[in-house]
Design a protein around this ligand. Structure first.
Ligand code: FO1
Length: 321
């Protein structure tokens, strides 16, 4: 297989909707295929929370660190080469250390929180942080307003990070609520791109459909604008061989009485999709898919495979245009 790291020939702009880890890998591939003015990456902020007096934006940071090649690829979140002295000291002082903030990562949250306290929007702060890390492409939060994902579980409602990190996704999920979403305004840039005649593709990255992509789609007007956009909408399945590549998506599907399959992910997105990308492992599902499906390797274990998946998705978009 030949993999080129050159730019893709797709004419026009590409909008990528993403959560954290899986989406961050895909975003890293996309930036090698597209010029900065061709790509807008929109990240979920439903996972954000206030902790130790700081505003933490895990998905924005996962994408930002991946784009800057500073992410820890083993752990899947945070910075490579991180140290943990602040957390150790916090633990000694009896502070909450269940959510691990690395020493260098802490600087991101300190800087973000200080700029927000000065009155800057999260969009503007994210842009400043990205520039500082030498990122040329555009990464924006789905909204500048406060939206918080709440997980309804058998043990009651939990804030997302309480469910995900503190409880290690153990409680059985019954549903989700995106607190504040009705009052939130979607990113103005995202809405402008969705209406742009130059838009050539909308890519739904291989992120959790329920807690990473749905908060973006459920912002007022977004789902309608995605459906009305002239560009094809292509989702990459985060479920491979019945399992989530990372995270609790498959466990959530089982608990929500859905089959944990790529097919069920496509059905979740329903009529929104023009195309769906599944892994080679799931090739037998392709003939019965209700949507145009492309079978490629979606396992992004190297920079080469991230670029290749990005190219495959953009090729698919060209064919669907
Ligand atoms: N995930 C964990 O499993 N444990 C942690 O202690 C943790 C800390 C953390 C700190 C900063 C950050 O940006 C992300 C962090 N994450 C941690 C990951 C985060 O909870 C998840 O990536 C997402 O919210 C799910 O996409």
């Amino acid at each position: 297989m030949t993999v080129s790291s050159g730019k893709h020939s797709i004419p026009g702009k590409v909008l990528a909707l993403t959560g954290g880890v899986g989406g961050a890998k895909m975003a890293r591939g996309l930036i090698d295929c597209l010029a900065p003015e061709q790509l807008l990456i929109v990240a979920n902020t439903g996972d954000d929370f206030e902790h130790l007096g700081l505003t933490i934006s895990p998905d924005l940071d996962s994408v930002m660190y991946a784009l800057a090649d500073r992410n820890d690829t083993e752990r899947g979140w945070g910075l490579a080469g991180e140290t943990w002295q602040a957390m150790e000291a916090l633990g000694e002082l009896g502070g909450p250390d269940w959510f691990r903030l690395g020493d260098r990562d802490l600087a991101t949250h300190l800087r973000r929180s200080a700029l927000l306290a000065e009155g800057q929007s999260l969009t503007s702060v994210t842009s400043t942080l990205c520039q500082s890390l030498g990122i040329a492409h555009r990464l924006v939060p789905m909204t500048d307003d406060r939206v918080r994902t709440m997980v309804t579980t058998e043990r009651g409602e939990l804030a997302f990070q309480e469910y995900f990190v503190r409880e290690q996704c153990a409680p059985k999920v019954k549903g989700f609520r995106f607190s504040g979403i009705e009052q939130a305004s979607p990113s103005a840039e995202m809405m402008a791109w969705l209406e742009s005649p130059e838009l050539a593709a909308i890519v739904i990255c291989p992120s959790n459909p329920f807690v990473s992509v749905d908060p973006i789609l459920q912002l007022p007007g977004v789902r309608r604008a995605v459906a009305a956009a002239k560009a094809p909408v292509i989702a990459v399945s985060p479920i491979v061989g019945g399992m989530a590549v990372k995270g609790p998506a498959a466990k959530m599907m089982e608990e929500l009485a859905m089959p944990s399959t790529a097919t069920a992910v496509a059905q979740w997105y329903d009529t929104l999709l023009s195309g769906f990308v599944i892994d080679l492992v799931d090739r037998s599902l392709a003939p019965s898919m209700a949507v145009e499906t492309r079978v490629v390797s979606t396992m992004m274990t190297s920079l080469t495979s991230k670029r290749q998946l990005a190219r495959d998705v953009l090729d698919f978009a060209l064919d669907l245009n």
